[in-house]
Design a protein around this ligand. Structure first.
Ligand SMILES: [Zn+2]
Length: 64
C-alpha cells in the first residue's frame, strides 16, 4: 500500500537530497573533490583526512 503521508513535492525534495548526499564535495584544505559524508553533518576528506561538521545532507562549500 502506498502511503499518502508525503505528497509529491516532498518526494521530489527527498530525491534531490539523496543526490546531493551522494555527491563529492571539495575539501577546503587540500582543494580536492574528496569530501565524503560519513554521518549526518559530518564530512571527511578521503585525501587529507580533514573532518568537518557542515550541512546534514550537503556541504555549504561550492559544488565542484
Ligand atoms: Zn582534504
Amino acid at each position: 500500500m502506498r502511503t499518502a503521508k508525503y505528497g509529491v513535492g516532498v518526494r521530489k525534495r527527498v530525491d534531490a537530497v539523496i543526490k546531493l548526499r551522494a555527491k563529492k564535495y571539495k575539501c577546503p584544505r587540500c582543494k580536492k573533490p574528496a569530501m565524503a559524508r560519513v554521518a549526518s553533518g559530518i564530512w571527511r576528506c578521503k585525501r587529507c583526512g580533514l573532518e568537518i561538521a557542515d550541512g546534514a545532507y550537503s556541504m555549504s562549500t561550492k559544488e565542484i
